[in-house]
Design a protein around this ligand. Structure first.
Ligand code: FPP
Length: 248
């Protein structure tokens, strides 16, 4: 069993006010899942990508308004080239295969991260996915690729400096909101719940600014084994928490 407490309420009985508005998920454990089975690491990523699709649909079904998934970090380039290529190919396949789904579903898909470092065809597919879904009114799905929380903050700081230099804003006017407005997630609420499966208890440079008041839920399920029940358990655990935001 994971670290979640036993189910003590039904997920269906939770009102929208007890659900997180924004969930962030660190999809971790693909490599260990594959190793346990004597399979190449890529097999873990392939299954992980399928689980990502299932969990995305499930979040939408549960009425989650924003979902951000960590698909590839600024640090993941350090992996062997074959593994990097394998993950990029999965992303490419997902983007190509999902174009018809993007049209049918009511999900607004966005990509966050330093996208200019990605292969040009992937950038084009991402732009197309964003274009096709920009007007959707259902859940917003942020897929973080070549994403790092610190890089995101630096990017926002540089934009603030540019805006000061061009006279658009005065230094005294810079506040948390002004910085938030220059993050990749500008205009979106901060995540209420950060989920990290696979037994690790680290943030790993994920939504560093935005997760200041997030609830963390960890479990020891490896991402390719993560099920819709695990997501529901996390939602129930979130509902049991008493969030005080520094108050009493
Ligand atoms: C972490 O597990 C996982 C990744 C770095 C890649 C995540 C990518 C996917 C789930 C596929 C992405 C595809 C789409 C379509 C979004 P790990 O490899 O660090 O696992 P380990 O800690 O067990 O080695």
């Amino acid at each position: 069993m994971g670290l979640f407490k036993k189910k003590d309420a039904s997920i269906e009985s939770l009102g929208a006010d007890r659900l997180p508005v924004h969930i962030g998920i660190i999809m971790d454990g693909n490599g260990r899942w594959a190793k346990k089975r004597g399979l190449p690491r890529q097999a873990g990523h392939v299954t992980g990508a399928k689980v990502f699709r299932t969990i995305t649909k499930h979040c939408e079904k549960r009425g989650i308004q924003y979902l951000t998934v960590y698909a590839f970090s600024t640090e993941n380039w350090k992996r062997p080239q074959a593994e990097v290529d394998g993950i990029m190919n999965l992303l490419r396949d997902y983007l190509k295969e999902s174009l018809s789904d993007f049209k049918k579903e009511n999900i607004r898909t966005r990509f966050i991260g330093e996208l200019s470092a990605l292969a040009p065809d992937i950038q084009e597919l991402m732009a197309e996915a964003q274009r096709e879904t920009a007007h959707k009114t259902g859940m917003t799905l942020n897929i973080a690729v070549n994403y790092g929380g610190r890089a995101e903050i630096l990017h926002a700081v540089k934009r603030l400096v540019e805006d000061v230099q061009s006279g658009k804003i005065r230094v005294e006017e810079i506040d948390e909101e002004q910085l938030s407005d220059r993050l990749y997630t500008a205009g979106q609420p901060d995540p209420d719940l950060i989920l990290r499966p696979s037994g690790e208890s680290r943030l790993s440079n994920f939504m560093v600014w935005q997760s200041a008041y997030a609830e963390y839920v960890m479990n020891d399920v490896l991402w390719p084994d993560f099920t819709t029940d695990d997501l529901d358990e996390a939602l129930l655990e979130f509902a049991r928490r008493n969030r005080r935001f520094g108050g009493v």
